[in-house]
Design a binder for this molecule. Sequence first.
Ligand SMILES: Nc1ncnc2c1ncn2[C@@H]1O[C@H](COP(=O)(O)OP(=O)(O)OP(=O)(O)O)[C@@H](O)[C@H]1O
Length: 586
Amino acid sequence: MNYDLNKLSQAQQKTSTLAGLKKLLQLIAHEKKILLLALLAILTNSSLNLLGPLVIGHTIDKYVQHKDYSGVIHNAIILLCMYLLALFTSFSQTKLMGSVSQRMLFTLRNSIFNKLQQLPVGFFNQNKAGDLISRVNNDTDKLNQFFSQSLMQFIGNISIMVGAGVFLLLIKFELGAATLAPAVLILILTLALSPWIKRKNALNLKSVGGMSSEIQESLHNFKVIIAFNRRDYFRKRFETANRANYKTAISSGLANNVFIPVYGLFASIAQLIVLAFGIYLITIGQFSIGLLVSYLSYSTNFYNPLRQLAALWTNFQLAMAGWDRISQILSLETDLPVMENGITEPNAALLEFRNVHFGYTDDQEILHNISFKLEQGKTYALVGPTGGGKTTTASLIARLYDPSKGLVMLDGRDIRTYSLEERTQKIGFILQEPFLFTGTVKDNILYGNDLYKDHTNEQLEKVIIDANLGSLLAIFESGLETQVLSSGDSISLGQKQLIAFMRAVLRNPQILILDEATANIDTITEQLLSDILNKLPDTTTRVIIAHRLNTIENADEIFFVNSGEVSRAGSLNDAMDMLLQGKRVS
Ligand SMILES: Nc1ncnc2c1ncn2[C@@H]1O[C@H](COP(=O)(O)OP(=O)(O)OP(=O)(O)O)[C@@H](O)[C@H]1O
């Protein structure tokens, strides 16, 4: 399945702005009460702003022209109260929307992170961590900015514009229509250029993701970069990504700001129309000075928000481009769903591969028509040349991927019918590069194991000793409390493998897969591990992938994995012969 977010098909990618916005609004739909309050606040604010010019015009015509200063003071106090109320409503909507948008950001980041946790290994093979981080951090922030700062201003500005437009038409229809004419042109222009602006913003966000990937990759591999003196190479790669970002930022900045001067020009034209046409109407006795002052205010009230809408439109377009990138992740489904019904067979082998084919991508098959059985309690070895398909076979045993054709049966059931919990309980997998996270050895050993999560250190140590793992724990100076950094820099690679080993054994799995699990361990510790493996319960099936053949001398059966095919190797000597032959052939 294609999980590459930057190469999604047109159908997977295409969302109209309206559909995107609708989906986005569903995220805050449960905040109806607060949204209504904020809406009320912004509408009150807009109404107050609209009434201001009317009160001023009325004051000029009724009191100023007749020198009635008590009336002027009376209306001035009314205006002051209106302005104070407007201040309060503006503050309230900012506060209300700020909290709604922060909650939305919180929920959204959690949803993306949870989705990332559900997606299969294939997704992470096809996407760069830096780009994903940029989507979780940067793109969600674009949405936050829109919701916290722009959405209510958007609504407020539109309501002021509609109100001002209505007043303009009601006071003097012909003058109103002439004043509003430039706005219609702006609207047409905005709608016509919107898809182009959205595209420019999407390209810009993509390039930010690309830059973030470069940073992530070079930071992750900094030791290799320094050791191989590849700084220049990475500097150049970063410069290329940075330049791409620079170019897309310039064109998205241009696209986003292209309206602003145009809006300004149209607003000035409208003012000119009001002045010229208004003065003409006064001279023929159809208009008053007070009304002209109100009119000029309303035309400013109409065009100022329109000018601000240009900036808000930019935020909106940016938010929508960000939302598209976020919803690409949210709409992905795992290609490893749990099936309700599947084949069940009594008295079957513990694990069986039946005519399994598999490829990481659709165009290249890695495993070809593989069939084998693993019996309970036996030890199996997978040997073969580098790149032969051992890790891939083990990954299919643990259902990190599904076969493209064929069937994997676990304990008499199609492996796809097991829930994730059931499967990980049954199968323990020690990877070539064990994953540890920041915490103590204890935290890492108990990762994903609820059985001992409430144990004290003493109780857990006893469990470890009973599982014959005491000698491994003793290697760590501070025992269970030894600190581990996720980067693994605080401990050696071999020690990491020991922690992964203890973690897997303590789960007491039915099948324990060790993929090169002793590759970085000294021979004495390796002997310790071998003893522990031998003392595992009789029911545990072991699958050992190893290049060093001495580590598999106790295997009940050896499989030779080469060029995506699995065959029985017979004895250790036969395996050695096949390996030498395989190496010659490949
Ligand atoms: N994530 C991946 N995406 C695409 N191709 C992959 C991926 N992982 C492995 N391959 C390819 O699949 C083939 C088998 O790789 P695999 O890791 O299973 O070999 P292996 O026998 O375990 O090798 P090694 O002994 O070096 O660990 C190789 O050609 C490899 O390039």
